[in-house]
Every structure is written in structure tokens, then in C-alpha cells.
Design a protein around this ligand. Structure first.
Ligand code: FMN
Length: 146
């Protein structure tokens, strides 16, 4: 399930990847080192719980370049009511990237400063939620407020 299936839009964003290269490729082919792991954890936690999430994601192009997307990630339900897959609808963000990079840089710094990966993820997850708690916002409200 961790694969790109609806790849048409992504193909346009990802040239010079060929269609064949992206077809059924894992998302990690797009994984940018500037993305904090806690944002992906939040994304997976929410969709595996059967809910939708909007998230800013920076992806890597084949040539090493990067691009931001505003992703709407949703679970897909089968006729048995169980989750049968996941879908991401990616839009080009309207806002300049300066609006969202500081928090991601802060989260990444916390993850990189902690040698134990699991502990680093736990700490950055706390940081991700802490300022949001202070202003009474969920991550989703935050992404719509910038
Ligand atoms: C529907 C869906 C779409 C995703 N799209 C991306 C994406 O465009 N780029 C990306 O790096 N990760 C994306 N992810 C998250 C990846 O599956 C993965 O968690 C992330 O790349 C982190 O990889 P890692 O756990 O190997 O570090 C998506 C997940 C889902 C459920």
C-alpha cells in the first residue's frame, strides 16, 4: 500500500522520472531529507485511524531538486467498511515556502540531534504538538492558518 499508484500528477511534478520508473514505486523514491519523520508519523496515524489529513510535504525530484505539495491524504474504504488503501491528492501550495519551513527545520533539528531514532521521533512529535496545543490548534488548523 506504500506505493504510488495514482501517479499521473506526480509524474508531471517529477520529470525527468519516466512513467515506468514511478509506476508502483515506493513513496520513498520521493522522500526528501528535509522532511521531518514526525509529520509522516502523524499522517500515517491519522489515515490508519480512518480519518483524512492535509499536510505540507517537500518531495525530491530525480535530479535532486525539490518541490512542495499540499497533500490531502485519505483512506479508501472497501465494501466491508475496512480500509482498502490510501490516496493522496497533491496540490501546488499557494503560500511561499518561508511560511512552513521554520517549523519543519525545527522538527528536523530535534530528530537529527537525537542519536536514538525512536527517541528522536518521540521528541519531535512532542514539539510538533506543543506549540499547536498552546494556540489551541490541531496540525490541520495550523496548515490552513499559514
Ligand atoms: C497516500 C500517501 C501518499 C504519500 N505521499 C508521499 C509523498 O509524496 N512523499 C513522501 O515522501 N512520502 C509520502 N507518503 C509517506 C510515505 O509512505 C512514507 O511514510 C514517507 O516517505 C517516510 O518514509 P520513511 O518512513 O521510509 O522515512 C505518503 C503516504 C501515503 C499514505
Amino acid at each position: 500500500m506504500n506505493h504510488i499508484s495514482a501517479h499521473k500528477g506526480i509524474l508531471n511534478l517529477n520529470r525527468p522520472y519516466t512513467e515506468q520508473e514511478l509506476l508502483d514505486a515506493p513513496h520513498s523514491i520521493l522522500r526528501h531529507p528535509g522532511m521531518p519523520r514526525c509529520v509522516f508519523k502523524l499522517l500515517w496515524d491519522v489515515v490508519q485511524d480512518g480519518r483524512e489529513i492535509f499536510a505540507y510535504v517537500v518531495n525530491r525530484s530525480k535530479n535532486g531538486d525539490y518541490y512542495w505539495v499540499f497533500a490531502h491524504v485519505t483512506p479508501t474504504f472497501g465494501s466491508d467498511g475496512k480500509i482498502s488503501g490510501y490516496h493522496s491528492n497533491r496540490r501546488i501550495p499557494r503560500r511561499p515556502r518561508q511560511d512552513r519551513t521554520p517549523i519543519y527545520q525545527q522538527l528536523l533539528a530535534v530528530e537529527n540531534a537525537t542519536p536514538d531514532r525512536k527517541a528522536g521521533l518521540a521528541k519531535s512529535t512532542e514539539v510538533l504538538h506543543a506549540p499547536l496545543k498552546d494556540v489551541g490548534q490541531t496540525y490541520e488548523q495550523f496548515v490552513f492558518s499559514i
